[in-house]
Design a protein around this ligand. Structure first.
Ligand SMILES: NC(=O)c1ccc[n+]([C@@H]2O[C@H](COP(=O)([O-])OP(=O)(O)OC[C@H]3O[C@@H](n4cnc5c(N)ncnc54)[C@H](O)[C@@H]3O)[C@@H](O)[C@H]2O)c1
Ligand SMILES: [Zn+2]
Length: 359
């Protein structure tokens, strides 16, 4: 198995940071190399608190830190300006100063809002990611996109604010609900499709082990996913080009999430469906073979993820596609790859999308 125990680096010049694989109970000493101030505020959610807050806190205190914490209700509903304001007020009342540090302990919701608060508090303070969902370990904790939602739009208020380090404990995935594991697997599969054929084939061989939480296999999947994300982000931090390849499957995925009121599908489930139809566009354009297309659909199915777009009227679909924040001047742009993993950012006209969705 590739990778060994060598940690990864997101290479961004002065803003570079490591992705380290370790126990949550060991993060304290590792922080000493990254954070000079003695004061830390951990942000976590109600579910993660019961599992991991104590061991994270104890290890930080043992390393000499003064640790306060704030707990938000679990779920996307917490990713609001109101909650960010409350966390900013908590930071102030705990006496955090410009050299203090915020630690995000949880899934993507906690990571996004804690990072957003860190980006804004006193014009930006340090923060650390300790992701505890598969989605956060392979995607949201790496790359520095932080945000909260408005009622009208997701992730619409935010910043690029890179963490000082990402500490990943793959064992934390043992307590994750199976549905959340699968939602993260959608992003893992995405890396195989957009970047690395060897990894794609490896996932095909190891899908059952991933689903049964084989720790060695999971660790390799997380490490390779982080490696790919780090490579992409290092080349294009603020998404002027290559980083958009990570949106593969997300154009239709976001539309499906919005059409179903963010209730029926998790993000990964919607992205899984989006990846199938993006691949279908690539197939029809002759960019990928039928064999590759079929293996994409089969891998997504074997991960227990959906593959079929709900039969919404096309007018509604189109409406969501053109109002997506990644649409440009009303144009619908897809991130597509060919079988050699060459990336294309293509404007796709509505007729082609309609035909792919319904025929
Ligand atoms: N910043 C980025 O680049 C980026 C990328 C992708 C997604 N996101 C954001 O990430 C968010 C979704 O993240 P998510 O899928 O991690 O959801 P989440 O943070 O809501 O976590 C999912 C659920 O799992 C629980 N949980 C977390 N870790 C657990 C553990 N180890 N054991 C048991 N339960 C646990 C949480 O309490 C929650 O109920 C969205 O808001 C999305 O916009 C951001
Ligand atoms: Zn995603």
């Amino acid at each position: 198995m590739r990778g060994g125990n060598v940690d990864l680096v997101v290479d961004l010049g002065a803003k570079s940071y490591p992705i380290e694989f370790c126990d949550i109970g060991d993060v304290g000493n590792r922080l000493l190399k990254r954070v000079s101030s003695r004061k830390i505020m951990i942000v976590t959610d109600e579910n993660v608190k019961g599992h991991y807050l104590e061991s994270a806190r104890r290890s930080m205190e043992a390393a000499g830190y003064m640790v306060a914490y704030s707990v938000i209700p679990a779920g996307e509903e917490s990713k609001t300006m109101e909650m960010a304001k409350k966390l900013l007020q908590d930071a102030l009342s705990y006496g955090l100063d410009r050299s203090s540090c915020i630690v995000a302990l949880g899934g993507g919701v906690v990571g996004d809002i804690a990072g957003f608060v860190a980006s804004a508090y006193m014009r930006g303070i340090d923060f650390i990611q300790i992701p505890t969902t598969l989605l956060a370990q392979v995607d949201s904790s790496v790359g520095g996109k932080v945000a909260v939602n408005l009622p009208e739009a997701k992730n619409i208020v935010g910043a690029f604010h890179q963490p000082r380090a990402v500490f990943i404990d793959v064992k934390a995935l043992r307590t994750l609900p199976q549905r959340e594991l699968k939602t993260g697997l959608a992003e893992v599969i995405k890396y195989g499709i957009i970047w690395d054929d060897e990894f794609f084939k490896w996932l095909d061989l190891n899908m059952e082990k991933l689903l049964s939480l084989d720790m060695d296999v999971l660790k390799h999947a997380v490490r390779r996913s982080c490696e790919i994300k780090a490579q992409v982000v290092s080349q294009d931090e603020t998404e002027h080009g290559l980083r958009a390849v990570l949106n593969f499957g997300h154009t239709l995925g976001h539309a499906l999430e919005a059409l179903t009121g963010y209730k029926k599908y998790t993000h990964g489930e919607a992205v899984a469906v989006g990846m199938v139809y993006a691949s279908k566009i690539a197939l029809r354009r002759g960019m990928i073979s039928e064999g590759f297309f079929n293996s994409i659909v089969s891998l997504i199915e074997r991960a227990g993820l959906p593959t079929v777009f709900d039969p919404f009227p096309f007018e509604d679909v189109l409406n969501k596609l053109t109002s997506d924040k990644k649409a440009y001047d009303g144009k619908i742009v897809f991130a597509l790859v060919d079988e050699n993993r060459k990336f294309f950012r293509l404007e796709i006209n509505p007729c082609e999308i309609e035909s792919v969705l319904y025929n």
